[in-house]
Design a protein around this ligand. Structure first.
Ligand SMILES: C[S@@+](CC[C@H](N)C(=O)[O-])C[C@H]1O[C@@H](n2cnc3c(N)ncnc32)[C@H](O)[C@@H]1O
Length: 246
């Protein structure tokens, strides 16, 4: 997909009066309970669900990474990228295209994309998949480091999200642990100048993470893409310009 498509799409959304609210489409079939009816209504009204189908992305999350990368250019041809919490695989699909891991540009330099998740990930051409693996376990990270060999990462991405317990504070604590796990790993495997992008939920902990990330990255930003639902507390923290380890 051309980068301009999403820009044009947002332009249309802006012109139509709201950047974060979509036209409500009610399901034609009645669902059994209120929450599944609401979910169905939301899915049917969500233009990113439609776009994901149109461009063959495995889920609408693809557009979050597309938006962030369009703005901050963290995925370049030839780059080495590690995608943590990659299932079902839409970020990996985006990363593969942008770093040219599948050599879709025969004359461009070939990048590497490594995808890891606790769950199964169906194959994605150009990506190396580590499925059914808990990223936070030392043995999993050792496998990734071995696979990298002498290569260093240009970007470590984490869209990892814990299974929700329904207890807000506990859920936030769990996602922050995942962020720190990705950050620590990024610091070990990244080359100087690299980026790290992690998903987290709004809360006080964001400031601690921002402070800690700033120790290792020149520029740290909190980002909320348009494609991230406005009623969702998810945010992304992007660190750019890895300072390197002494
Ligand atoms: C929101 S989904 C990721 C969507 C993905 N970025 C995409 O675009 O297709 C979050 C994923 O994080 C994974 N996850 C959560 N904790 C994990 C862990 N400790 N290790 C590996 N994956 C984890 C979940 O299994 C889930 O697939």
């Amino acid at each position: 997909m051309k980068k301009t498509l999403i820009t044009r799409f947002f332009h249309i959304r802006m012109l139509s009066g709201s950047c974060c609210r979509y036209k409500k489409v009610q399901p034609s079939v009645k669902s059994k309970n209120v929450s599944s009816h609401d979910w169905l209504t939301r899915q049917l009204s969500d233009p990113f669900v439609e776009m994901a189908k149109k461009y063959n992305y495995r889920c609408r999350s693809a557009f979050k990474l597309i938006e962030i990368d369009d703005k901050f250019k963290i995925l370049l041809p030839g780059n080495v990228v590690i995608d943590c919490g990659a299932a079902p695989g839409s970020w990996t699909q985006v990363a593969v295209k942008r770093v040219n891991a599948n050599l879709s540009d025969k004359n461009g330099s070939q990048g590497t994309v490594i995808a890891i998740d606790k769950q199964l990930i169906y194959p994605i051409e150009g990506a190396s998949i580590f499925e059914n693996m808990d990223f936070t376990e030392q043995t999993s990270q050792e496998k990734l480091v071995n696979f990298l060999g002498s290569n260093r990462a240009d970007a470590v991405l984490s869209d990892m999200a814990p299974s929700a317990t329904g207890i807000r504070d506990l859920d936030r604590e769990n996602i922050i642990k995942l962020c720190y796990s990705a950050l620590k790993f990024a610091v070990i495997v990244s080359k100087k100048g690299a980026s790290v992008l992690v998903k987290l939920w709004q809360g006080q902990e964001m400031l601690d993470l921002q402070r800690d990330m700033s120790r290792f990255y020149d520029n740290v930003k909190i980002v909320k893409p348009n494609s991230s639902r406005s009623d969702s507390i998810e945010m992304f923290m992007l660190g750019r310009g890895f300072k390197g380890l002494r």
